[in-house]
Design a protein around this ligand. Structure first.
Ligand code: PLP
Length: 493
Protein backbone atom coordinates (compact mmCIF):
# COMPACT_ATOMS: atom_id res chain seq x y z
CA UNK A 1 0.00 0.00 0.00
CA UNK A 2 1.20 3.54 -0.77
CA UNK A 3 2.71 5.15 2.28
CA UNK A 4 1.21 8.43 3.49
CA UNK A 5 3.98 8.57 6.05
CA UNK A 6 4.63 12.00 7.48
CA UNK A 7 7.62 12.10 9.71
CA UNK A 8 6.35 11.52 13.23
CA UNK A 9 7.84 14.26 15.34
CA UNK A 10 9.27 13.72 18.77
CA UNK A 11 6.39 14.39 21.10
CA UNK A 12 5.10 13.30 24.45
CA UNK A 13 5.30 10.60 25.62
CA UNK A 14 8.33 9.99 23.37
CA UNK A 15 10.12 13.25 24.09
CA UNK A 16 10.86 13.08 27.77
CA UNK A 17 14.01 12.92 29.81
CA UNK A 18 14.29 9.13 30.11
CA UNK A 19 17.05 9.20 32.74
CA UNK A 20 15.13 11.57 34.98
CA UNK A 21 11.89 9.60 34.56
CA UNK A 22 13.72 6.31 35.24
CA UNK A 23 15.14 7.72 38.45
CA UNK A 24 11.73 9.07 39.49
CA UNK A 25 9.89 5.80 38.87
CA UNK A 26 12.58 3.60 40.41
CA UNK A 27 12.50 5.71 43.56
CA UNK A 28 8.69 5.77 43.63
CA UNK A 29 8.47 2.00 43.24
CA UNK A 30 11.04 1.54 45.99
CA UNK A 31 8.95 3.69 48.34
CA UNK A 32 5.69 1.93 47.38
CA UNK A 33 7.17 -1.59 47.63
CA UNK A 34 8.27 -0.91 51.20
CA UNK A 35 4.59 -0.56 52.17
CA UNK A 36 2.68 -2.83 49.75
CA UNK A 37 4.91 -4.85 47.41
CA UNK A 38 1.88 -6.26 45.60
CA UNK A 39 0.99 -2.82 44.30
CA UNK A 40 4.55 -2.05 43.18
CA UNK A 41 4.57 -5.39 41.34
CA UNK A 42 1.23 -4.63 39.64
CA UNK A 43 2.51 -1.22 38.49
CA UNK A 44 5.59 -2.88 36.95
CA UNK A 45 3.47 -5.59 35.39
CA UNK A 46 1.06 -3.08 33.82
CA UNK A 47 3.93 -1.28 32.07
CA UNK A 48 5.29 -4.61 30.83
CA UNK A 49 1.85 -5.61 29.48
CA UNK A 50 1.30 -2.25 27.81
CA UNK A 51 4.73 -2.43 26.21
CA UNK A 52 4.13 -5.93 24.88
CA UNK A 53 0.71 -5.57 23.21
CA UNK A 54 -0.85 -3.68 20.31
CA UNK A 55 -3.29 -1.37 22.06
CA UNK A 56 -6.19 -0.62 19.73
CA UNK A 57 -8.78 0.36 22.34
CA UNK A 58 -10.16 3.57 20.85
CA UNK A 59 -10.69 5.25 24.24
CA UNK A 60 -7.18 4.62 25.60
CA UNK A 61 -3.82 6.29 25.15
CA UNK A 62 -0.42 6.69 26.83
CA UNK A 63 -0.06 9.83 28.92
CA UNK A 64 3.38 11.40 29.14
CA UNK A 65 5.58 10.84 32.21
CA UNK A 66 5.06 14.54 33.05
CA UNK A 67 1.29 13.99 33.20
CA UNK A 68 1.64 10.74 35.16
CA UNK A 69 4.16 12.10 37.66
CA UNK A 70 1.99 15.15 38.36
CA UNK A 71 -0.69 12.86 39.76
CA UNK A 72 1.60 11.33 42.36
CA UNK A 73 1.84 14.47 44.48
CA UNK A 74 0.48 16.04 47.66
CA UNK A 75 -1.97 18.14 45.68
CA UNK A 76 -4.04 15.01 46.30
CA UNK A 77 -4.15 15.75 50.03
CA UNK A 78 -6.01 19.05 49.90
CA UNK A 79 -9.76 19.52 50.20
CA UNK A 80 -11.02 22.36 48.00
CA UNK A 81 -14.80 22.11 47.52
CA UNK A 82 -16.15 25.10 45.63
CA UNK A 83 -14.54 26.99 42.78
CA UNK A 84 -11.49 29.18 42.23
CA UNK A 85 -11.39 31.87 44.93
CA UNK A 86 -14.63 30.60 46.57
CA UNK A 87 -13.70 27.49 48.54
CA UNK A 88 -15.33 25.89 51.56
CA UNK A 89 -11.90 25.21 53.10
CA UNK A 90 -9.02 27.41 54.09
CA UNK A 91 -5.59 27.24 52.50
CA UNK A 92 -6.60 26.49 48.90
CA UNK A 93 -4.26 28.99 47.25
CA UNK A 94 -2.24 26.35 45.41
CA UNK A 95 -5.33 24.48 44.24
CA UNK A 96 -6.68 27.82 43.00
CA UNK A 97 -3.48 28.28 41.01
CA UNK A 98 -3.64 24.77 39.58
CA UNK A 99 -7.30 25.03 38.64
CA UNK A 100 -6.81 28.46 37.06
CA UNK A 101 -3.89 27.23 34.92
CA UNK A 102 -5.88 24.18 33.79
CA UNK A 103 -8.98 26.25 32.97
CA UNK A 104 -6.89 28.84 31.08
CA UNK A 105 -5.26 26.10 28.98
CA UNK A 106 -8.64 24.49 28.27
CA UNK A 107 -10.19 27.78 27.19
CA UNK A 108 -7.23 28.66 24.99
CA UNK A 109 -6.90 25.20 23.44
CA UNK A 110 -10.56 24.92 22.49
CA UNK A 111 -11.32 28.64 22.07
CA UNK A 112 -14.09 28.24 24.63
CA UNK A 113 -15.62 31.12 26.59
CA UNK A 114 -15.64 29.10 29.84
CA UNK A 115 -14.01 25.91 31.15
CA UNK A 116 -14.77 23.88 34.27
CA UNK A 117 -11.99 21.40 34.89
CA UNK A 118 -13.16 19.63 38.05
CA UNK A 119 -15.19 16.65 36.76
CA UNK A 120 -13.55 13.39 37.86
CA UNK A 121 -14.54 11.55 34.66
CA UNK A 122 -16.60 11.82 31.49
CA UNK A 123 -19.72 10.57 33.22
CA UNK A 124 -19.30 13.26 35.87
CA UNK A 125 -18.77 15.93 33.23
CA UNK A 126 -22.03 14.93 31.56
CA UNK A 127 -23.87 14.95 34.88
CA UNK A 128 -22.56 18.45 35.61
CA UNK A 129 -23.69 19.52 32.14
CA UNK A 130 -27.18 18.04 32.54
CA UNK A 131 -27.75 19.75 35.87
CA UNK A 132 -26.34 23.02 34.56
CA UNK A 133 -28.70 22.92 31.60
CA UNK A 134 -31.64 22.09 33.85
CA UNK A 135 -30.66 24.87 36.23
CA UNK A 136 -30.35 27.38 33.40
CA UNK A 137 -33.35 26.29 31.39
CA UNK A 138 -35.79 25.15 34.08
CA UNK A 139 -34.78 25.97 37.62
CA UNK A 140 -34.10 29.68 37.13
CA UNK A 141 -37.35 30.40 35.21
CA UNK A 142 -39.26 28.20 37.68
CA UNK A 143 -37.79 30.12 40.60
CA UNK A 144 -38.87 33.36 38.98
CA UNK A 145 -42.37 32.02 38.34
CA UNK A 146 -42.57 30.97 41.97
CA UNK A 147 -41.55 34.46 43.00
CA UNK A 148 -38.38 33.10 44.62
CA UNK A 149 -34.98 34.67 44.11
CA UNK A 150 -32.94 31.84 45.55
CA UNK A 151 -33.36 28.10 46.11
CA UNK A 152 -33.22 28.71 49.87
CA UNK A 153 -36.52 30.65 49.60
CA UNK A 154 -38.45 27.63 48.30
CA UNK A 155 -41.11 25.90 50.35
CA UNK A 156 -41.62 22.12 50.35
CA UNK A 157 -44.49 22.58 47.87
CA UNK A 158 -42.23 24.63 45.59
CA UNK A 159 -39.66 21.84 45.63
CA UNK A 160 -42.32 19.32 44.69
CA UNK A 161 -43.37 21.52 41.75
CA UNK A 162 -39.73 21.85 40.69
CA UNK A 163 -39.13 18.12 40.85
CA UNK A 164 -42.15 17.55 38.63
CA UNK A 165 -40.69 19.92 36.07
CA UNK A 166 -37.17 18.52 36.31
CA UNK A 167 -38.41 14.95 36.05
CA UNK A 168 -40.36 15.56 32.89
CA UNK A 169 -37.56 16.84 30.74
CA UNK A 170 -36.73 15.35 27.37
CA UNK A 171 -33.35 14.47 25.92
CA UNK A 172 -32.61 13.25 22.42
CA UNK A 173 -29.29 11.42 21.91
CA UNK A 174 -27.68 8.95 19.54
CA UNK A 175 -28.78 5.35 20.06
CA UNK A 176 -26.33 2.95 21.65
CA UNK A 177 -26.14 0.65 18.66
CA UNK A 178 -25.43 3.60 16.34
CA UNK A 179 -22.47 4.50 18.58
CA UNK A 180 -23.99 6.71 21.31
CA UNK A 181 -22.98 6.54 24.97
CA UNK A 182 -24.84 5.29 28.05
CA UNK A 183 -24.75 8.75 29.59
CA UNK A 184 -26.81 10.16 26.72
CA UNK A 185 -30.09 9.24 28.36
CA UNK A 186 -29.95 5.46 28.72
CA UNK A 187 -31.39 3.53 31.63
CA UNK A 188 -28.20 2.13 33.20
CA UNK A 189 -27.07 5.74 33.72
CA UNK A 190 -28.80 8.38 35.85
CA UNK A 191 -29.44 10.40 32.67
CA UNK A 192 -31.95 7.72 31.67
CA UNK A 193 -33.82 8.35 34.88
CA UNK A 194 -33.55 12.16 34.87
CA UNK A 195 -34.90 12.49 31.34
CA UNK A 196 -37.66 11.23 29.18
CA UNK A 197 -35.31 10.02 26.47
CA UNK A 198 -35.57 9.29 22.79
CA UNK A 199 -32.72 8.25 20.54
CA UNK A 200 -31.82 8.78 16.92
CA UNK A 201 -30.14 6.10 14.87
CA UNK A 202 -28.39 6.00 11.54
CA UNK A 203 -29.62 5.40 8.01
CA UNK A 204 -30.04 1.60 7.66
CA UNK A 205 -28.56 1.70 4.17
CA UNK A 206 -25.49 3.90 4.67
CA UNK A 207 -25.15 3.56 8.46
CA UNK A 208 -24.50 7.33 8.44
CA UNK A 209 -26.28 9.95 10.51
CA UNK A 210 -29.38 11.12 8.65
CA UNK A 211 -29.74 14.80 9.54
CA UNK A 212 -33.09 15.08 7.74
CA UNK A 213 -34.59 12.25 9.79
CA UNK A 214 -33.08 13.68 12.95
CA UNK A 215 -34.59 17.09 12.22
CA UNK A 216 -38.04 15.54 11.74
CA UNK A 217 -37.68 13.52 14.95
CA UNK A 218 -36.55 16.59 16.91
CA UNK A 219 -39.55 18.60 15.60
CA UNK A 220 -41.84 15.84 16.81
CA UNK A 221 -40.13 15.09 20.15
CA UNK A 222 -39.13 18.68 21.07
CA UNK A 223 -36.28 17.82 23.43
CA UNK A 224 -34.95 20.21 26.03
CA UNK A 225 -31.48 18.87 25.25
CA UNK A 226 -30.18 17.64 21.92
CA UNK A 227 -27.10 15.51 22.61
CA UNK A 228 -24.45 14.93 19.96
CA UNK A 229 -21.33 12.82 20.35
CA UNK A 230 -20.44 9.17 20.38
CA UNK A 231 -18.27 6.31 21.55
CA UNK A 232 -18.33 4.20 18.41
CA UNK A 233 -19.42 6.20 15.38
CA UNK A 234 -16.54 6.30 12.89
CA UNK A 235 -17.55 9.53 11.13
CA UNK A 236 -17.48 13.28 11.63
CA UNK A 237 -20.59 15.12 12.83
CA UNK A 238 -21.66 18.43 11.34
CA UNK A 239 -22.25 20.55 14.44
CA UNK A 240 -23.47 23.56 12.46
CA UNK A 241 -26.42 21.45 11.32
CA UNK A 242 -26.88 20.07 14.84
CA UNK A 243 -27.11 23.61 16.21
CA UNK A 244 -29.58 24.59 13.50
CA UNK A 245 -31.81 21.67 14.53
CA UNK A 246 -31.45 22.52 18.22
CA UNK A 247 -32.37 26.16 17.57
CA UNK A 248 -35.33 25.19 15.46
CA UNK A 249 -36.89 23.20 18.31
CA UNK A 250 -35.66 25.38 21.18
CA UNK A 251 -33.25 22.77 22.51
CA UNK A 252 -29.90 23.25 24.20
CA UNK A 253 -27.18 21.62 22.13
CA UNK A 254 -24.86 19.54 24.30
CA UNK A 255 -21.90 17.87 22.61
CA UNK A 256 -19.95 15.09 24.28
CA UNK A 257 -16.59 15.11 22.48
CA UNK A 258 -14.98 12.65 24.91
CA UNK A 259 -13.72 10.47 22.07
CA UNK A 260 -12.57 13.02 19.56
CA UNK A 261 -11.39 15.93 21.74
CA UNK A 262 -7.81 15.26 20.61
CA UNK A 263 -8.86 15.77 16.99
CA UNK A 264 -10.54 19.06 17.92
CA UNK A 265 -7.51 20.15 19.95
CA UNK A 266 -5.19 19.15 17.09
CA UNK A 267 -7.28 21.09 14.54
CA UNK A 268 -8.18 18.00 12.51
CA UNK A 269 -11.83 18.80 13.15
CA UNK A 270 -12.36 22.44 12.23
CA UNK A 271 -15.20 24.61 10.88
CA UNK A 272 -18.56 22.86 11.10
CA UNK A 273 -16.89 19.80 12.65
CA UNK A 274 -15.49 21.64 15.69
CA UNK A 275 -18.32 21.44 18.24
CA UNK A 276 -17.15 24.16 20.63
CA UNK A 277 -18.45 27.25 18.77
CA UNK A 278 -21.80 25.60 18.06
CA UNK A 279 -22.65 23.79 21.30
CA UNK A 280 -24.12 25.60 24.28
CA UNK A 281 -22.29 23.07 26.46
CA UNK A 282 -19.45 20.75 25.41
CA UNK A 283 -18.15 17.95 27.60
CA UNK A 284 -15.07 15.81 27.24
CA UNK A 285 -12.84 13.30 28.92
CA UNK A 286 -9.16 14.13 29.13
CA UNK A 287 -7.70 10.62 28.87
CA UNK A 288 -8.71 9.40 25.40
CA UNK A 289 -7.44 11.09 22.22
CA UNK A 290 -6.50 14.14 24.34
CA UNK A 291 -3.83 11.99 26.05
CA UNK A 292 -4.16 13.38 29.57
CA UNK A 293 -5.02 11.94 32.98
CA UNK A 294 -8.35 10.20 33.62
CA UNK A 295 -10.85 13.01 34.06
CA UNK A 296 -13.45 15.30 32.52
CA UNK A 297 -13.91 18.93 31.49
CA UNK A 298 -17.02 21.00 30.72
CA UNK A 299 -16.77 23.90 28.26
CA UNK A 300 -19.70 26.25 27.81
CA UNK A 301 -21.10 29.50 26.54
CA UNK A 302 -21.09 32.34 29.10
CA UNK A 303 -24.78 32.03 30.00
CA UNK A 304 -24.19 28.48 31.33
CA UNK A 305 -21.01 29.27 33.25
CA UNK A 306 -22.51 29.99 36.68
CA UNK A 307 -24.58 26.82 36.61
CA UNK A 308 -21.65 24.70 35.37
CA UNK A 309 -19.42 26.03 38.16
CA UNK A 310 -21.88 24.67 40.71
CA UNK A 311 -20.82 21.10 39.77
CA UNK A 312 -19.11 20.70 43.14
CA UNK A 313 -20.79 20.09 45.55
CA UNK A 314 -24.01 19.66 43.50
CA UNK A 315 -22.98 16.34 41.95
CA UNK A 316 -19.19 16.16 42.34
CA UNK A 317 -17.09 15.32 45.37
CA UNK A 318 -14.13 17.47 46.33
CA UNK A 319 -11.89 18.44 43.41
CA UNK A 320 -8.93 16.15 42.74
CA UNK A 321 -6.15 18.73 42.83
CA UNK A 322 -3.49 16.29 41.65
CA UNK A 323 -5.58 15.26 38.63
CA UNK A 324 -6.55 18.83 37.76
CA UNK A 325 -2.83 19.66 37.81
CA UNK A 326 -2.16 16.73 35.47
CA UNK A 327 -4.96 18.00 33.18
CA UNK A 328 -3.13 21.34 33.07
CA UNK A 329 0.10 19.60 32.03
CA UNK A 330 -1.68 17.53 29.36
CA UNK A 331 -3.53 20.59 28.03
CA UNK A 332 -0.21 22.46 27.85
CA UNK A 333 1.18 19.55 25.82
CA UNK A 334 -1.85 19.64 23.54
CA UNK A 335 -1.18 23.32 22.83
CA UNK A 336 2.25 22.46 21.39
CA UNK A 337 2.52 22.40 17.57
CA UNK A 338 3.61 18.73 17.76
CA UNK A 339 0.15 17.80 19.05
CA UNK A 340 -1.37 18.92 15.73
CA UNK A 341 0.94 16.53 13.91
CA UNK A 342 0.03 13.82 16.40
CA UNK A 343 -3.72 14.38 15.88
CA UNK A 344 -3.39 14.37 12.08
CA UNK A 345 -1.36 11.16 12.30
CA UNK A 346 -4.09 9.58 14.48
CA UNK A 347 -6.61 10.28 11.71
CA UNK A 348 -4.25 9.20 8.90
CA UNK A 349 -3.50 6.00 10.78
CA UNK A 350 -7.21 5.25 11.22
CA UNK A 351 -7.69 5.75 7.47
CA UNK A 352 -4.75 3.41 6.78
CA UNK A 353 -6.21 0.81 9.15
CA UNK A 354 -9.62 1.06 7.47
CA UNK A 355 -8.07 0.84 3.98
CA UNK A 356 -5.97 -2.13 5.04
CA UNK A 357 -8.99 -3.98 6.43
CA UNK A 358 -11.20 -3.18 3.43
CA UNK A 359 -8.53 -4.24 0.93
CA UNK A 360 -8.43 -7.63 2.68
CA UNK A 361 -12.16 -8.10 2.32
CA UNK A 362 -13.41 -6.94 5.72
CA UNK A 363 -16.69 -5.06 6.22
CA UNK A 364 -16.60 -1.80 8.16
CA UNK A 365 -19.63 -0.03 9.59
CA UNK A 366 -20.26 3.03 7.33
CA UNK A 367 -17.63 1.65 4.94
CA UNK A 368 -14.70 3.53 6.46
CA UNK A 369 -13.66 6.21 8.90
CA UNK A 370 -13.22 9.98 9.20
CA UNK A 371 -11.92 10.04 12.75
CA UNK A 372 -9.72 7.95 15.06
CA UNK A 373 -11.78 4.77 15.08
CA UNK A 374 -12.96 1.93 12.90
CA UNK A 375 -15.92 -0.34 13.64
CA UNK A 376 -15.24 -3.77 12.18
CA UNK A 377 -18.21 -6.06 11.54
CA UNK A 378 -16.90 -9.53 12.41
CA UNK A 379 -20.03 -11.45 11.38
CA UNK A 380 -18.62 -12.18 7.87
CA UNK A 381 -15.87 -14.14 9.68
CA UNK A 382 -18.65 -16.19 11.34
CA UNK A 383 -17.74 -14.76 14.76
CA UNK A 384 -19.32 -12.73 17.51
CA UNK A 385 -17.55 -9.64 18.78
CA UNK A 386 -16.79 -11.52 21.98
CA UNK A 387 -15.02 -14.32 20.11
CA UNK A 388 -13.11 -11.88 17.91
CA UNK A 389 -12.02 -9.78 20.92
CA UNK A 390 -10.75 -12.89 22.74
CA UNK A 391 -8.92 -14.36 19.73
CA UNK A 392 -7.23 -11.01 19.06
CA UNK A 393 -6.23 -10.72 22.71
CA UNK A 394 -4.66 -14.19 22.59
CA UNK A 395 -2.67 -12.88 19.63
CA UNK A 396 -1.37 -9.78 21.42
CA UNK A 397 -3.91 -7.33 19.95
CA UNK A 398 -6.05 -5.55 22.55
CA UNK A 399 -9.45 -4.34 21.29
CA UNK A 400 -12.99 -4.21 22.61
CA UNK A 401 -16.14 -5.78 21.27
CA UNK A 402 -18.84 -3.32 20.31
CA UNK A 403 -22.40 -3.50 19.05
CA UNK A 404 -22.98 -2.53 15.43
CA UNK A 405 -26.21 -0.91 14.20
CA UNK A 406 -29.16 -3.28 14.61
CA UNK A 407 -26.82 -5.87 16.11
CA UNK A 408 -28.41 -9.35 16.17
CA UNK A 409 -26.05 -10.40 18.99
CA UNK A 410 -27.01 -7.57 21.35
CA UNK A 411 -24.72 -5.46 23.52
CA UNK A 412 -23.01 -8.33 25.38
CA UNK A 413 -21.78 -10.67 22.63
CA UNK A 414 -22.06 -8.10 19.80
CA UNK A 415 -21.09 -8.47 16.14
CA UNK A 416 -18.39 -5.83 16.07
CA UNK A 417 -14.95 -4.92 17.29
CA UNK A 418 -13.98 -1.28 17.79
CA UNK A 419 -10.43 -0.32 16.81
CA UNK A 420 -8.77 3.03 17.50
CA UNK A 421 -5.41 4.57 16.67
CA UNK A 422 -4.66 7.20 19.41
CA UNK A 423 -2.48 4.88 21.50
CA UNK A 424 -0.41 3.30 18.72
CA UNK A 425 0.11 6.74 17.20
CA UNK A 426 1.54 7.92 20.52
CA UNK A 427 4.11 5.12 20.15
CA UNK A 428 5.05 6.49 16.74
CA UNK A 429 3.20 4.01 14.51
CA UNK A 430 2.70 5.27 10.96
CA UNK A 431 0.34 4.35 8.12
CA UNK A 432 2.53 1.44 6.90
CA UNK A 433 2.48 0.02 10.41
CA UNK A 434 -1.30 0.29 10.54
CA UNK A 435 -1.59 -1.55 7.25
CA UNK A 436 0.46 -4.35 8.81
CA UNK A 437 -1.83 -4.28 11.88
CA UNK A 438 -4.83 -4.67 9.54
CA UNK A 439 -3.12 -7.69 7.97
CA UNK A 440 -2.54 -9.25 11.39
CA UNK A 441 -6.16 -8.66 12.46
CA UNK A 442 -7.60 -10.22 9.31
CA UNK A 443 -5.14 -13.11 9.64
CA UNK A 444 -6.30 -13.90 13.19
CA UNK A 445 -10.02 -13.56 12.46
CA UNK A 446 -9.77 -15.68 9.30
CA UNK A 447 -8.11 -18.43 11.37
CA UNK A 448 -10.72 -18.30 14.17
CA UNK A 449 -13.98 -20.24 14.30
CA UNK A 450 -16.76 -20.65 16.84
CA UNK A 451 -16.42 -23.67 19.13
CA UNK A 452 -19.31 -25.81 20.25
CA UNK A 453 -21.13 -24.75 23.41
CA UNK A 454 -20.99 -27.32 26.26
CA UNK A 455 -24.73 -27.79 25.78
CA UNK A 456 -24.31 -28.39 22.02
CA UNK A 457 -24.76 -25.90 19.12
CA UNK A 458 -22.44 -22.99 18.39
CA UNK A 459 -21.21 -20.94 21.33
CA UNK A 460 -21.22 -17.13 21.18
CA UNK A 461 -18.20 -16.98 23.47
CA UNK A 462 -16.01 -20.03 22.82
CA UNK A 463 -13.71 -20.13 19.83
CA UNK A 464 -10.83 -22.01 18.24
CA UNK A 465 -7.79 -20.47 16.58
CA UNK A 466 -5.90 -22.53 14.01
CA UNK A 467 -2.65 -23.96 15.38
CA UNK A 468 0.25 -21.54 15.59
CA UNK A 469 -1.64 -18.43 14.42
CA UNK A 470 -1.83 -16.70 17.82
CA UNK A 471 1.88 -17.40 18.48
CA UNK A 472 2.96 -16.20 15.02
CA UNK A 473 0.82 -13.06 15.34
CA UNK A 474 2.26 -12.27 18.76
CA UNK A 475 5.74 -12.55 17.29
CA UNK A 476 4.83 -10.28 14.35
CA UNK A 477 3.21 -7.78 16.72
CA UNK A 478 6.36 -7.93 18.84
CA UNK A 479 8.45 -6.89 15.84
CA UNK A 480 6.23 -3.86 15.21
CA UNK A 481 6.26 -2.94 18.90
CA UNK A 482 10.05 -3.21 19.04
CA UNK A 483 10.28 -0.53 16.34
CA UNK A 484 8.17 1.79 18.46
CA UNK A 485 9.00 1.23 22.12
CA UNK A 486 6.67 2.66 24.71
CA UNK A 487 8.43 5.27 26.89
CA UNK A 488 11.77 4.54 25.22
CA UNK A 489 14.65 4.55 27.66
CA UNK A 490 12.41 4.33 30.70
CA UNK A 491 14.03 1.63 32.79
CA UNK A 492 12.43 0.54 36.04
CA UNK A 493 15.51 -1.48 37.02
N1 PLP B 1 -18.79 10.03 27.01
C1 PLP B 1 -18.36 9.26 26.00
C2 PLP B 1 -18.73 9.61 24.60
C3 PLP B 1 -17.57 8.13 26.27
O1 PLP B 1 -17.16 7.36 25.26
C4 PLP B 1 -17.24 7.84 27.62
C5 PLP B 1 -16.43 6.66 27.99
O2 PLP B 1 -16.10 5.79 27.28
C6 PLP B 1 -17.73 8.66 28.62
C7 PLP B 1 -18.49 9.75 28.29
C8 PLP B 1 -17.47 8.36 30.06
O3 PLP B 1 -16.18 8.62 30.44
P1 PLP B 1 -15.60 8.12 31.86
O4 PLP B 1 -15.32 6.69 31.71
O5 PLP B 1 -14.39 8.96 32.05
O6 PLP B 1 -16.65 8.41 32.88
Amino acid sequence: MASQHVETPAQPPESFDADAASTAYRSALHVIAAVEPGIAAAIRSELADQRATLKLIASENYASPAVLLTMGTWLSDKYAEGTIGRRMYAGCQNIDTVEQIAADHARALFAAPHAYVQPHSGIDANLVAFWAILAHRVEAPALASLGAGHVNDLTDEDWEALRQQLGNQRALGMSLDAGGHLTHGFRPNISGKMFHQASYGTDPRTELLDYGALRAQAREFRPLILIAGYSAYPRKINFAVMREIADEVGATLMVDMAHFAGLVAGRVFTGDFDPVPFAHVTTTTTHKSLRGPRGGVVLCQPEYADAVDRGCPLVLGGPLGHVIAAKAVALAEARQPSFRQYAQQVADNATALATGLLSRGARLVTGGTENHLVLLDVSPFGLTGRQAESALLDSGIVTNRNAIPRDPNGAWYTSGVRLGTPALTSRGFDTDDLDRVAELIVGVLSATSPAAAPSGGASKARYLIADGVAERTRAAAGELLAHHPLYPGLDLG
